[in-house]
Design a protein around this ligand. Structure first.
Ligand code: GLU
Length: 492
C-alpha cells in the first residue's frame, strides 16, 4: 500500500499571546512534516470559542511563526486545497455532520437549561462525578423533540457515548491509554450558538484536512478517547497521536510546578522583549521534551528537521530553565558574524548613544564574547555616556597593587602622555600605555587599574581600560582622567 503523505497541523486558538508550550507544539508539528518527504505543515485557527477570542492574536501567530522560520504550507493567509483554515469560516461543515449522527441515533438534541446543568454539575461534584451530564435528553420522544424545536427552546447536540466497555488507544509518547466508557460524558458537538465545540471541530477538521499526526499537550490525553469515538462513528481513519509532556517551572524552594508568570516569561513575545534571539528560543524549546540521540545541544532549525524523531520525545515533565536558555542565547550571539552582531546591536546603540559617532568595531569586540542577552547592553554600556559619582576607594586594589598614592601618580603620567597622542586608536593607546608602564617601572595592571576607574567609575566593566579609552575618544577620556585626578588630589 502506498504510504500516506505526512500532514501535520498547528491549530492555535486566537486567545492572545504565543505560549512557549504552543510554540513547542508548532515546532514539533513542523519538524514531523518537514522531516518526511513531501510532508505538509498546516496552520489552522481554532476560533470556535468566540468568547475567548482576543483581537490581534492571529497577527501574533503569523509574526511568531515567521520570526522563528516555521513556514506553513497551507493556512488562512495562503489558502490551500482544504480551506478555509479558520474554523469560524467552516461552520457549514459541522452542523450537517452532527445532524447526520442524530439521524443515525448516535447523537441527540439536548434542551437542558444552563441552570439545570449548573445544579447538576454542583451535585455531581459533591458526588465526585465531576462534570458528567446525566443523559436526561438522551431518550426524548420524537414528539417532545419536535415540540421543543418548534417552541424555539435553545439546544445543544450531544454525542451518545457508549455506557459499557472501554476505549483504548496508543499514544506515541505515553503508550497505551485506556478509559472506561461510562466515564465519558455525552459530549457536546454543537453549542447553542450553533458553533461546534472544540472537541467536535478539531476531529472534523483533522479528518477533512487529512491530518496524519496530531501533536498536542498532554492535557488533551484524557479527551482523546472521546475524539476517537467520533472517528469511529463516522468510520474515519484516526491520526497518530503525539502528546507532549507538561512544561514546568522551578520554584524558589526547589519544587516544580506548571510554568507560569511567577517563574518568568511564558510567552515567545516576552522572551524576545527580554533580549533572547528567536533561533536560541527555538533551539531551547526543541529540547523541552525531546532528547537528541547524543549529547549535542545546538541545532539550527534545518538541523532539527534532520535529527528530530518522535520516538525520542520523553513523557517526563520538561523544566523550563531560564539560565539554560541564557546560555543558548550567548552561544548564538557568539556565533554571529561581526556584521550580524552589529545589526542586532544597532537599535540598542541608538538608544544608548543617540546619533553620536562611536567606535563600533571596538564595541563589538568587547560585547560579543560577554553579552548573553541583547537587553543587557544598556546596563553594560551606560557608563560610556554617564559617568556616575564613584567612591575614591575604588582606586585601591590589591591585585594590581594600586593605592590612592600609586593611582595619583599613574593618572598624572597618563594624562601627560595621552594629551600628546595624535592618533587616537586602540593600537596607539596600547603602545603608549605599555611603554609608559615600562618607563614607570610598574606592571601594566598598576597603570591600567586607576585609568579604568577614572574613565568608567566602576571596578567591573565590559572591556578593559584601553578599549574604553578608544571608545570614549580623546576629549572625554582626558576629561574623566582629570576628574579622577581631582578626586585623588582633594584627598591628599
Ligand atoms: N486549539 C487548541 C489549543 O489552542 C489546539 C489543540 C489541538 O492541537 O488540537 O489549545
Amino acid at each position: 500500500m502506498e504510504k500516506k503523505k505526512v500532514r501535520t497541523r498547528y491549530a492555535p486558538s486566537p486567545t492572545g499571546f504565543m505560549h512557549i508550550g504552543n510554540l513547542r507544539t508548532a515546532l514539533y508539528e513542523f519538524l514531523i512534516a518537514k522531516g518526511s518527504s513531501d510532508g505538509k505543515f498546516i496552520l489552522r485557527i481554532e476560533d470556535t470559542d468566540q468568547n475567548r477570542k482576543v483581537e490581534d492574536s492571529i497577527a501574533i501567530i503569523y509574526k511568531t511563526l515567521q520570526q522563528v522560520g516555521i513556514h506553513h504550507d497551507e493556512g488562512p493567509d495562503i489558502g490551500g486545497e482544504f480551506g478555509p483554515y479558520i474554523q469560524s469560516q467552516r461552520l457549514d461543515s459541522y452542523l450537517p455532520l452532527a445532524e447526520q449522527l442524530i439521524k443515525e441515533g448516535q447523537a441527540y438534541y439536548c434542551f437542558c437549561s444552563k441552570e439545570r446543568l449548573q445544579s447538576l454539575h454542583e451535585k455531581l461534584e459533591n458526588g465526585n462525578l465531576v462534570g458528567r451530564y446525566d443523559g436526561k435528553c438522551r431518550n426524548l420522544s420524537q414528539e417532545e423533540i419536535n415540540h421543543n424545536l418548534k417552541m424555539g427552546i435553545p439546544y445543544v447536540i450531544r454525542q451518545k457515548m457508549p455506557t459499557v466497555g472501554i476505549s483504548e488507544f496508543c499514544d506515541s509518547v505515553y503508550g497505551p491509554i485506556t478509559v472506561a466508557n461510562d466515564e465519558l460524558e455525552d459530549q457536546i458537538l454543537i453549542k447553542t450558538d450553533k458553533f461546534p465545540t472544540y472537541n467536535f471541530a478539531n476531529v472534523v477538521d483533522d479528518h477533512q484536512m487529512q491530518i496524519t499526526h496530531v501533536v498536542r499537550g498532554c492535557e488533551y490525553l484524557s479527551s482523546t478517547p472521546k475524539y476517537n469515538l467520533l472517528y469511529e462513528v463516522y468510520g474515519w481513519e484516526k491520526p497518530q497521536y503525539i502528546h507532549l509532556p507538561l512544561i514546568m517551572g522551578k520554584n524558589p524552594d526547589g519544587s516544580i510546578s506548571k510554568l507560569s508568570k511567577r517563574h518568568g516569561a511564558t510567552s515567545f513575545q516576552d522572551l524576545i522583549e527580554q533580549g533572547f534571539l528567536p533561533e536560541a528560543i527555538i533551539n531551547y524549546i526543541a529540547l523541552l521534551g525531546w532528547c537528541p540521540k547524543d549529547t549535542r545541544e545546538i541545532f539550527s532549525l534545518s538541523e532539527l528537521i534532520t535529527h528530530f524523531s518522535v520516538d525520542c520525545i520523553s513523557k517526563s515533565p520538561a523544566i523550563f530553565d531560564y539560565d539554560k536558555l541564557t546560555w543558548f542565547n550567548a552561544e548564538y550571539l557568539k556565533a554571529k558574524s561581526d556584521e550580524e552582531f552589529l545589526a542586532l546591536c544597532m537599535p540598542h546603540f541608538k538608544q544608548i548613544f543617540g546619533d553620536k559617532d562611536i567606535d563600533k568595531p571596538t564595541l563589538i569586540a568587547i560585547l560579543k564574547p560577554r553579552v548573553t542577552k541583547l537587553t543587557q547592553m544598556k546596563d553594560l554600556l551606560d557608563f560610556l555616556v554617564n559617568l556616575k559619582e564613584y567612591d575614591i576607594s575604588l582606586f585601591e586594589n590589591k591585585k594590581s597593587k594600586s593605592t590612592l598614592e600609586t593611582s595619583l601618580k599613574m593618572l598624572k603620567n597618563t594624562l601627560n602622555e595621552l594629551e600628546l597622542l595624535t592618533n587616537w586608536s586602540l593600537q596607539e593607546i596600547k603602545c603608549c600605555l605599555t611603554s609608559l608602564a615600562e618607563k614607570l617601572g610598574v606592571k601594566n595592571g598598576t597603570l591600567l587599574w586607576p585609568i579604568r576607574i577614572a574613565i568608567s567609575g566602576q571596578s567591573v566593566t565590559a572591556g578593559g581600560a584601553i578599549e574604553i579609552l578608544t571608545i570614549l575618544g580623546q576629549n572625554e577620556s582626558l576629561k574623566r582622567i582629570k576628574l579622577g585626578l581631582e578626586k585623588l588630589q582633594k584627598h591628599q
